[in-house]
Design a protein around this ligand. Structure first.
Ligand code: URA
Length: 237
């Protein structure tokens, strides 16, 4: 890969910033000072330093975003703001994409990565990755609904859902629930409630596998996964 690309991907700014950096700073590749970004380097083999600081290149990036409503789970869109637009320019350079989709009006936890293999492992129903949603429902939610979700309900297209765990937090004219599912059919939570004659009026993903949406992460904000979290993910690959 080109040195300027590697430096841009390692947090040294845009390609333009990197060009400037190569002129003004001491950039060394395997003991040789380099001032052209065109030089090809191997991030696995070559030792690269900027002003004596070793450049640690990460091939993959992993972000945990608190998705706000009104933003779409895509990498680009002509009309709407996307989840990728919420990342800094430097982080966008790594070409992350959302792991699965939350509807435009759904809030909550969304992982973004450029690690396609990992994304697949998190999305395949074979791996039983649990996703927990908090929702408000437009009428009382009952024990019968809990039993129905446990058995699996039939969606509008005839698909029978896998067993899901429904916890009723409040059953009233506006109910509050938590639902854990291990698959991710299009509009699944909304359609599961439709299957029992009810409507989701607010939806937020609060957990996925290892992660819960921490209260300190404000809507629209994101953080990098820690090394321990990334190591955990690697086991899934
Ligand atoms: N189920 C839905 O209906 N919508 C989402 O955004 C996620 C799960």
């Amino acid at each position: 890969m080109r040195l300027d690309k590697l430096l841009a991907h390692s947090g040294y700014g845009s390609r333009k910033d990197v060009k400037q950096l190569l002129k003004s700073a001491r950039v060394v590749v395997n003991d040789t000072k380099v001032s052209s970004g065109k030089v090809h380097v191997d991030p696995e083999q070559d030792k690269i330093y900027v002003n004596d600081e070793r450049v640690e290149y990460e091939e993959f990036v992993y972000f945990l975003l608190h998705k706000p409503a009104g933003v779409i789970s895509a990498t680009e869109d002509m009309r709407d703001q996307t989840v990728v637009d919420l990342l800094t320019e430097a982080d966008q350079l790594r070409s992350p994409f959302p792991v699965g989709r939350l509807d435009k009006d759904t809030e909550g936890l969304l992982l973004l990565t450029n690690d396609g293999k990992l994304a697949h492992q998190l999305l395949t129903p074979k791996n039983d990755i649990g996703k927990t949603y908090y929702a408000k429902i437009n009428q009382p939610v009952t024990e019968a609904d809990r039993v129905a979700f446990k058995k699996g309900v039939v969606l509008d297209d005839g698909y029978q859902t896998k067993p899901a765990e429904l916890v009723i937090l409040k059953s009233d004219s506006i109910s509050e629930i938590e639902l854990t599912i291990t698959e991710g059919k299009f509009h699944q939570v909304k359609r599961m409630f439709e299957a029992v004659g009810k409507r989701v009026i607010y939806l937020k993903r609060i957990a996925m596998e290892e992660w819960t949406l921490e209260p300190t992460l404000a809507k629209g904000k994101y953080r990098r996964l820690t090394e321990a979290e990334i190591n955990y993910l690697q086991q899934l690959k």
